[in-house]
Design a protein around this ligand. Structure first.
Ligand SMILES: N[C@@H](CCC(=O)N[C@@H](CS)C(=O)NCC(=O)O)C(=O)O
Length: 230
């Protein structure tokens, strides 16, 4: 059975959605990143990058959420054009990598500098907020002309977008963010209505992840800050 290493953050949730969409049996293994469990030697054998999500499928380990989505799509031949469909595959890979290298990281850094970083943060927040909006505007424009990111068919690209779209008010700090991104909201609502999304969200309640952002959590999540103390 597939082992799915997760917490309730956006990147693991994309994979939870895909596993539920596929109806594959899996064992959900919580990794409490605020307790530093991502740095344990056993977990590093699965993901040397010390982050969730990761999966173990028999002898195969896969880490990085979008790599896992693609691996599972290829394994099950669902939710992505296969390598034999050159044009569709190219479009899928382009948008998947756009989410992996743009939407996700810029949204994540926007969260960090808006909600976590100490002052002064204006320069960094301005950069990441700007870039997050720039990427989300591209998603919005794409969705204004088609039902899903790749057209008429729901795919792993939509699942990748869903992981972060759920967080957009928090990412941008804007209560009225959906007025700016109505088509992203439409996609979010469409996916949220699916049983797989409800099952993925329910995973959060299956484990009591640590909520305190204390010294242990800060050391585990932001080890770079130790250098500032020297
Ligand atoms: N590129 C990775 C990013 C994974 C990532 O940043 N995971 C976060 C949770 S969303 C994490 O594990 N954070 C713990 C840490 O940074 O120590 C992916 O898409 O899977």
């Amino acid at each position: 059975m597939i082992q799915f290493f997760y917490n309730a953050a956006p990147n693991p949730m994309k994979v939870a959605l895909m596993l539920e969409e596929l109806g594959l049996p899996y064992e959900a293994v919580p990794v409490d990143t605020r307790r530093g469990e991502q740095h344990s030697p056993d977990f590093l054998k699965v993901n040397p990058n010390a982050k969730v999500p990761a999966i173990r499928d028999g002898e195969v380990s896969v880490f990085d959420s979008n790599a896992i989505l693609l691996y599972l799509a290829d394994r099950e031949k669902r939710f992505a054009p296969g390598p034999d469909q050159a044009a569709g595959r190219a479009e899928c890979l382009s948008w998947l990598m756009f989410v992996a290298s743009g939407v996700g990281p810029f949204s994540g850094q926007s969260v960090h500098f808006r909600h976590v970083a100490p002052q002064p943060q204006d320069y960094a927040l301005n950069r990441y907020d700007f870039e997050a909006h720039r990427h989300w505007s591209i998603v919005e424009q794409r969705l204004s002309a088609r039902q899903f990111m790749l057209g008429a068919d729901y795919s792993i690209v939509d699942m990748a977008v869903w992981g972060w779209a759920r967080m957009l008010p928090y990412v941008t700090g804007l209560d009225h963010v959906w007025e700016r991104y109505p088509n992203v909201k439409r996609l979010l609502d469409t996916i949220n209505a699916r049983p797989a999304a409800k099952a993925a969200e329910a995973l959060k309640a299956k484990h009591a992840f640590k909520v305190e952002m204390d010294d242990e959590a800060r050391k585990a999540l932001y080890p770079q800050n130790e250098r500032l103390k020297r």
